[in-house]
Design a protein around this ligand. Sequence first.
Ligand code: BV8
Ligand code: ZN
Length: 253
Amino acid sequence: MERARRMVGDAERIVVLTGAGVSAESGVPTFRGAGGLWKSRRPEELATPGAFARDPQLVWEWYASRRAFVSDCAPNEAHFALARLALGHGGTTLVTQNVDGLHHRAAAAVAGEDGDPAQAYPLEVHGALHRDLCSRCGRRTPGVSVVDATSMESLPRCEECEGMLRPDVVWFGEALDPEVIGAAFEAARRADLCLVVGTSAVVYPAASVPEITLQAGGAIVEVNPESTPLTSLAALSLKGPAGELVPGIVPEA
Ligand code: BV8
Ligand code: ZN
């Protein structure tokens, strides 16, 4: 822990990559962990354009239940500590694979009335669960809070063009927003430290972020109760839950 705290304190530029594990202690089930919200549904089958084209009701039913579930969850100590790091340490870029919006809520809470939370807003490389995207005209709007997926007619439609709305997330087989992933890769190239929190590091291209930092001469510190493909590449791998470990390695604001 002490060594990790020193590495974070000494780093000029830090890129943080988070995955579903950073939200686990907020009650948001991970993708590949046991049980939870996903029950028997496999994300790789449901989170795809094909599934949406075949059965938009089933896909919306899944996303509507996740949207409702996540809005009742709160950021945990790991989100707050990472927001403090980003607000207090100018050279920090947060990158998240999560779509739950909990980093944004932590940034707003830590920044308070007079602070500017934007510095702690993450690059959301897989989009945002609470935003809708029109599948026809591409218009983005705040997510419809209650989605009625009981019939094709009741699915949410675009006010502009009547096209069918979808959650504004990146599905498997879909390209990431080049601006967003480009900014994440640029931050990874310039970072001398990549702090990886709560990701199984199997989903690409997001999982390339730590590899880019390493190739550019930086170091990786990982926080995860399990080993991952990054563990052998990490200068330090802290085996434990993010909510407990991350506050201890982020300098006090
Ligand atoms: C792309 C949004 C190309 C949706 C997500 C074969 C067929 C098709 C595609 C592919 C293929 N093989 C490879 C691919 C590419 C594919 C991919 O990488 N697949 C993987 C599964 C092999 N990638 C893509 O398809 C990407 N697009 O490649 O496009 C292209 C290019 C140009 C033009 C057209 C196309 C798009 C990927 C994005 C998919 N969308 N999410 C939604 O959320 O519904 S991915 C999804 O997985 C989430 O975003 C999630 O964040 C992400 C990664 O998972 P993790 O975050 O790591 O979560 P996981 O559950 O896996 O792990 C949790 C970790 O936390 C564990 O390690 C656990 O130990 C740890 N943990 C648990 N508790 C704690 C903890 N850690 C700390 N504290 C705790 N308390
Ligand atoms: Zn539209």
